[in-house]
Structure formats: C-alpha cells, structure tokens
Write a protein that binds this ligand. Sequence first.
Ligand code: NAD
Length: 684
Amino acid sequence: MSARVHLERDGDVAVVVIDNPPVNAGSAQVRRGLLEVLETVASDGGIHAAVLIGAGNCFIAGSDLREFGQPLQEPQLPAVIAAIEACDKPVVAALHGAALGGGFELALGCDARVAAAGTVVGLPEVTLGIIPGAGGTQRLPRLVGVPKAIELTCSGARVPSGQALALGLIDCEAQGDLRAAAVAHARGLVGNKARVRDRVVPAADAQAVEQAAAAALKAGKARPAVHAAIEAVMSAAQVPIEEGLASERSAFQALRVSREARALRHQFFAERDSARLPELEGVAPRPVQHVAVIGAGTMGTGIAIAALDAGFDVALLEQDEAALRRGTERIREHYASRVQAGKLKASTAAQCEARLQPTIDWSVLGSSDLVIEAVFEDLDVKRQVFARIDTLARPGAVLASNTSYLDLDAIAGATRRPQDVIGLHFFSPAHVMRLLEVVRGAATAADALATGLVVAKRLRKLPVVTGNAFGFIGNRIYAAYRRQCEFMIEEGAWPAQVDAALEAFGFAMGPFAVADLSGLDIAWRMRQAQAATRDPAARYVHIPDRLCEAGRLGRKTGAGYYVHESGSRGRKSDPAVHTLIERARADKGLVPRTLSDDEIQRRALLAMVNEAARLLAEGVARRASDVDVVLVNGFGFPRWEGGPVFWARERGAEALAQDMDWLADLSGPGFVRGDLCHVLQQLA
Ligand code: NAD
C-alpha cells in the first residue's frame, strides 16, 4: 500500500485516508495509493461502502502543480475517478479545510460529499491558465446547471460549505465529527450508487447561459483558459459525458503546457516563496496585538483599516485634532459603506471600529507593540517623528516606516534603536492592495524583520523583503520603466499610443494614465529634490516638468497628459499636450519618428528587466522571482505574463543580450546597464 494512502475499517465501511502533508496535494503517489485501495474496496466482500478523507487540516487542497510542468505520471486522476465510479459500492467524500482543483474533482467523482462547516470547495484551475482536466467541467453542471458552472469554473471561486450546500455542490454539512458523519452517510447509501455522471444537466435558459459566458469573458479578460472552460461546461449539456470528458481532457492537456499556464504557475510559486527566508528559520517574531499608526492621511487610514480587519487593536495618531477627525471619519465611512453594500456584517464593522482608538496623545505609544509611521514623505519630518517615537515607545516595540523612497537607515538613525526599525511599504489603497514591501535596514534585527513578515501575513498581505534603496524594488523598477516611456514620447510616440500599446500587452493601465491618476506633482517634487545630484550628461526628458509648470498635475487638476472631464473616468488626448511635446522635441533638435507598438512594449519591458538586474546585483532584491511578485501585485503587470523576469527568461539569453544593446543605444547617455546573468541565473 502507498505510504500516502491507507485503509482503515469502521465496521463494513472502508475509511480511505489520504495522508500527503502539508496539504494532501494530489501527487502520483496519492493517485497510485487510491487506485490500490479502491481495488481492495471493490473486491473485499466485507466492505459495503467507502469514505475518502484527508489527514491533517484539509481534504486535498489541489493537484501537485510541479507535475503540470512535466509529462504527467500514471495513473492520472481521471483513472482514479473512473475506478470510483466503476466500483459498485458507494464512495463518499468527507471534506474539511479545502477541497480544491483536482481534490474537488475527485469529490465530484464520488457518490456523495459531506463537508465539515468552514470547508471551501472550488475549481480554481482557470486562475492557473488551465481548465479542470478530470471531469470538473462535466460533473459540475450536472449539479448546478450550466450558467452557475460557467461562473464557478471561470472565476475559480472558493465556495464556503454553507453556500456549497445551498448550491448542491455538497450533500450535507457535518455537525460534529466529520468522519463519523461521512461513515453514517455512506452506510445510508449501501446498495445504491449515486454517481454525478448519471444525472441530467438541468435545463437552462439560453439567455442565462449567454449572460454567464459574457460575464465570465469580461471578468477573465477573455484569456484562453476562460474560453476553453466555457466551451467545456457548455458541452456538458450537449454531448454524452464520455465525449465531454475526452474533449475536456484534451483542452486541459493543451493548456497545461501553454506559455500562459507556465507564467501563472511561476507566479504562484513566486508568491508562495516570497515570505520564505532561510536565515529567519527558527527566529521567533515579537508578539504584536496593539498597533499604532501615525498619520491619518490616505495611507494611514488604509493601513489602520487593514489592521482593524485583521483583529489588531489600533491607535490612530495625528498632529492635530482636525486631521485626526478627517482620518477617523474616512475610516467610519469605509465601514458604513461596506455594511451598506452588504459586504460586511454590521456587527463585524462595529467590532472593528470598537478596536480603533483615534488620539493626539502620543503616550499611547508606550503600550504599542508595533508603530507604523505614515506621515508626509519628507526625511526631516520623518526623522523628527521617529525621534519622538523613540522617547515614548516601549523597549522591543517594532518601529516601521511606510516611506516610499526615503533612506530607511537615515530614518532609523533618528532613534537609539535602529535594530527595531523596519520599512513596511504598503501600496494604495492600503486596505485593498496585497503587496507589502518589507524593508530591511542595515541594522534591522532578524526578529524585527520576522515580525514584519508575520504581521504581513496576519494582514493578509503578500510580503516581499527588500533591501534599503531609493524606491526599494517596485518604485525603482517602475521609475526606470516610466523614464523609458518618456524617452519614447520624446522620440515620436504620443502618450495615448504608449498607454494603448502597454494596455494591449496587458498592463491594467498605461504609464501616462497612471501618472494622471496618481498626480504628476509627486515625481516632480522628487526630480526637484534630485536636481543637484543628477548627472548633467544623462538624458533628461523635460516634458513632465513642462506639464507641471503649466498646472497640469493630472486628474486632480482636470488635466495632465490627458484632459479629464469632471465626473468622468474617461481620458481624452489633448492637442495642447501634443504642442507641448513637439516644442520639447524641437528644443532638443529631435526629428520625431514613428514607433511601433512592438518597440514600445519591448523597450518598456526591457527597461524593467535591466533595473531588475541591477537590483539583484546590488542585493536589494533577493530573488529574481520577488521582482515578479512585486510588479504583478503592485504595478498592474499582467499576471499571465508572469512578471518582467519571467518575460525575460522566455526571450532567451541571446535575444535578451541583443535587446539590451539596442535599448542602451536608444536610451542614450546615463543608461546604466545591469548584468543580465542575475536575471537569467536565478530562474534557471
Ligand atoms: P497624506 O498627506 O495623505 O497623509 C499624511 C498625514 O500625516 C497627514 O494626515 C498629516 O496630517 C500627517 N502628519 C504629517 N506630519 C505629521 C506629524 N509630525 N505627526 C503626525 N502626523 C503627521 O500622505 P500619504 O499619501 O498618506 O503618505 C504617507 C506616507 O506613505 C508617505 O511616506 C508616502 O510616501 C507613503 N506612501 C504613499 C502612497 C500613496 O500612494 N499615497 C503609497 C505608498 C506609500
């Protein structure tokens, strides 16, 4: 018998235990074990029914993704499910924790599904660029109908047990002991098979199917896996199940080796590994329950909401009553609107708000375990704030700054305890965006860093550790990308063309639309601050400065690279901007030329890759995959392209080296080349 699956007996019911820690991933060994045990179940006259159950804290959280990049090993999952369906004794799936992907497909192959309260079930394959390949698209519609099956498969939604019961995805929710409930359920089925495959797909209104498909395509950006999933689910109502299963399997096989699936798997593993630091193994984080957030502006209020949602006690500090009132009001409005929209229970909102303590009395810092500073982006202001924190915070408290660009060591230097200082660089809106750069200063203690990572997880963020450098990982790469885009408008492209080309590549928004949205003045102030230290020989594009000088600061002033009509989210090109750009070109004696969309995309991406290589060489980014996590989760880089480093690897070393010569030539003086081996090696 396989070490991963064993058979126990409960009278005449066989209890098949899947034991493949940590999440019972459906590996080849598990499948082999299941087949062996199912043979025993079928042939042993003393067994009248069987229960499949997971050891540990879940049923099967999914298939072993590593296997998807290689030839699939025998036996494959459809064979295991076929054996369950062929067995003349009823087989019940006992679900707890998670039954996802192949795990849920296995459960759908059983005669019934009993789930512990709190279990989540679902088919998230589409989020990995594939479709369910073991009958999920054929059995699911037999339970919930085609429109709902389209919605569930295309969104990859994780459905909690209560909802799963209402939909018919599970047969009952176990009260008390799951195993006992499943055994009792199996006994009740003895003598009967209740295969999902034998059910008829409920008739659905053609319009409802069409609507579900259109909504799924829109939400899933019409990616190939979404198309394939819709087609497979729809075929369940049109062809015999054997035919449906065969075409589902072949679509799955084709998709799993696609570039998109590889990119999404890469991103999945990159995100899973981002918080793993070998040197922190065995380092105990400091306990955190009370968090103080200083600064109740855009970021401070978002951070406070994230902390309240995660169950922390939060003190919100400001410099004066008026600013505090504004910030507190924003938080209250946030909770009120969530409740009104039906997204949050009123009682939960009330609990969160009850844990908020708005104050201008800084002595509250004496009882805080973690202090997060989110005041103005000004080194002197931040140093003053940290000096004050130093006099009030208790020994051992972790002191964090949300600075976007400033030198963390200079901030830490304002205290007598730089070992306790870390950066927690949230992205806006801080209660929504998952990415969190956790910055390690020169003196940061290991347990302070470990605390940052644990807090990030509690906040349900995706932490990436970065060294202390201007802009850390994300903003520095983004600045190089934006600079390259500015070069291109100087050379002959228009902002709208650059934005459209990059949006066509898959970015959520082009760089000039982003600049208008976040305000051109932030970068302008930064350029002014750096003016004295800038290399005078380096290429410098004056266009953004000219826009700011003309009062065009973006959306907030109604105009930036585009004009924005009030109340509308749309953007319109503006002849005045074209004139301004033409003048800037003429000032430098540049003759504009036409740039193709391909050139725009390649140059923008190569600029990111080059900066990533530099950050890796400097040790600011620790792993090439961390760069991809940051760009995908914080900067709208299309997930299905895997991130800039994945993109670079796909181009291959030789093409990439040639590309970089080309980019360096086009970029002109001041372009600092990174050593590409850092990008290529670490992913190899
Ligand atoms: P903001 O101007 O909206 O808020 C800053 C708040 O800090 C104000 O309410 C102000 O009253 C308060 N403040 C200023 N000096 C203070 C002091 N001495 N003591 C107490 N409170 C003080 O700014 P923001 O956009 O929330 O940015 C805050 C920090 O977060 C900055 O370091 C910024 O770089 C960083 N950040 C901003 C964003 C963003 O998109 N806005 C993203 C990531 C990081």
